[in-house]
Design a protein around this ligand. Structure first.
Ligand SMILES: Cc1cc2nc3c(=O)[nH]c(=O)nc-3n(C[C@H](O)[C@H](O)[C@H](O)COP(=O)(O)O)c2cc1C
Length: 200
């Protein structure tokens, strides 16, 4: 296989066809064929999307709230960012129902979906405002911080928010893991296996 094919259309399964791209978005550098989002013109949206969708993400149910109001939503923009203390980041849409509730309580939990929970991830991937029934038939427990957790999920970590910063259409929350529960040792659900898209 010529070296360039590692980055060429042949090795991109659902990629952009070489002949559909303008010449200024394609280059050969040291034998590597490159599809570039930038080039001399404005950034090519399709290539930017394709590149950003190559990040490998997990899928999680975020739970939040208290006795007054609780909610759960699916998120992939979640990552551990420090060992000591154990810190996580979560990026949350500014127009979500959940953000003001998290700001009020200062708490959320990350619940790990198992590989066979794609349907549940899809159900919770909708906004409560538009889909008021999305929490129906879910079993919530209360974690040691008082934050709701999802008993259906294989594991949960409870997090206390330490800070936030604006992130475009979303808000980046930095939070410390203050409680953890493992209920089942299942294989986790991934974005790739679920076939969902929430990046680009
Ligand atoms: C696969 C998938 C991944 C998602 N990832 C996030 C995410 O990381 N952050 C986020 O705020 N919303 C994410 N969403 C959207 C939320 O699940 C939800 O629709 C939105 O935040 C509003 O929820 P709420 O209004 O009930 O709080 C994702 C949706 C799907 C289907």
């Amino acid at each position: 296989m010529p070296r360039g094919d590692q980055y060429g259309q042949e090795s991109i399964p659902r990629g952009i066809l070489r002949n559909r791209l303008p010449a200024d978005k394609q280059f050969s550098v040291h034998g590597y064929h490159i599809f570039s989002a930038k080039g001399p013109g404005p950034m090519d949206d399709a290539i930017k999307k394709e590149a950003l969708r190559l990040f490998t993400y997990g899928l999680y149910a975020i739970t939040l709230g208290d006795d007054q109001q609780r909610n759960a939503f699916t998120a992939n923009w979640v990552s551990q960012v420090s060992f000591d203390p154990p810190l996580l980041m979560l990026s949350i849409e500014n127009d979500s129902v959940s953000l003001p509730i998290i700001r009020r309580t200062g708490l959320f939990a990350v619940n790990m979906y198992s590989a066979d929970q794609r349907e549940l991830a899809g159900q919770l991937g909708k906004s409560l405002a538009k889909h008021p029934g999305k929490l129906d038939n879910l079993s919530f427990g209360v974690g040691e911080t008082g934050c709701p957790v999802l008993l259906e999920c294989a594991a949960s970590v409870e997090c206390r928010v330490q800070g936030e910063m604006p992130a475009g259409d979303s808000t980046l929350l930095l939070a410390q893991v203050v409680g953890a529960t493992v209920r089942r040792r299942d294989e986790p659900l991934t974005m790739l296996a679920a076939g969902f898209k929430h990046a680009g």
